[in-house]
Design a protein around this ligand. Structure first.
Ligand SMILES: C[S@@+](CC[C@H](N)C(=O)[O-])C[C@H]1O[C@@H](n2cnc3c(N)ncnc32)[C@H](O)[C@@H]1O
Length: 239
């Protein structure tokens, strides 16, 4: 925990100075305390509709306080809302005209694995999720085992517990999904890994970036070009 906080503080101090980093540390801790009230917890159950429908546990309300505190220094767990996920996938299919049979789906920062379950409604070749926090990863594994849906088209699903900034991309056509898993330094590192992978193995890679707070990082990449989106998400393709 203290190492995560230290790395987080250092990353901000490096870019914005020690005072700004310390101020942001207090803001993050204050936000964590506010988020721990029963009222806030009750509100977080607002994302549990998907779980009721599918008998799984992907809600952000049932996350241990230590993992929520760690989340404050990485990226807090929040599952993607189902309607928006399907809107994004449909928009990508329409825009790119790709056949998902040829693609693997990767979610970097997959949390409890809700996107992996939702992506299995599409005929991907396989589905991979990468999550840093072991407790969320274990929940994802249980969800993958439990999940049943009549609309499921892909059954090759895998959850990996690892750091997304160290992830080695499989050399296959890929739909890469990101819902703010990383801070700026980590996102730059991950995009540099993707660029290197595309240089050595040119192929079709599409990126769906949900809540694109750091879209300039992807926009600055010579390996990617934007193909559309809304205020809620951005879509990119490899050049
Ligand atoms: C906003 S949540 C998104 C969860 C999931 N992708 C979804 O859309 O339902 C971001 C996730 O990224 C994870 N994360 C943060 N840093 C990470 C890293 N370096 N490697 C892998 N996962 C990370 C967090 O633990 C959190 O579960």
């Amino acid at each position: 925990m203290s190492r995560s906080a230290w790395n987080w503080w250092n990353d901000i101090a490096h870019r914005e100075g020690r005072l700004a980093a310390t101020r942001q540390l207090f803001v993050a801790l204050w936000e964590f305390i506010r988020d721990s009230t029963p009222e806030r917890r009750r509100r977080r159950y607002g994302d549990a509709g998907f779980d009721w429908d599918h008998r799984v546990d992907t809600t952000s309300a049932a996350v241990d306080w230590r993992d929520r505190l760690l989340g404050a220094f990485h990226s807090p767990y929040q599952p993607t809302e189902a309607d928006l996920f399907h809107e994004m996938l449909d928009a990508l299919r329409e825009k790119s005209q790709i056949d998902f049979h040829d693609f693997i789906f990767i979610d970097l920062g997959s949390g409890k694995g809700r996107t992996l379950l939702m992506a299995s409604d599409y005929p991907f070749r396989r589905i991979v999720g990468v999550e840093l926090l072991p407790a969320l990863h274990r929940a994802a594994q249980e969800n993958l085992e439990k999940y049943r849906s009549e609309s499921q088209k892909c059954f090759a699903m895998e959850a990996i517990c690892a750091d997304a900034t160290e992830f080695r991309f499989p050399v296959e056509p890929t739909v890469l999904y990101l819902f703010n898993p990383l801070l700026e330094a980590g996102l730059k590192k991950m995009i540099a890994n993707l660029e290197e992978s595309l240089r050595s193995h040119p192929r079709a890679v599409y990126v769906l970036y949900h809540n694109p707070l750091l879209d300039h990082v992807l926009g600055d990449s010579a390996a990617l070009k934007t193909i559309g989106g809304t205020h809620q998400y951005a879509m990119y393709t490899s050049r």
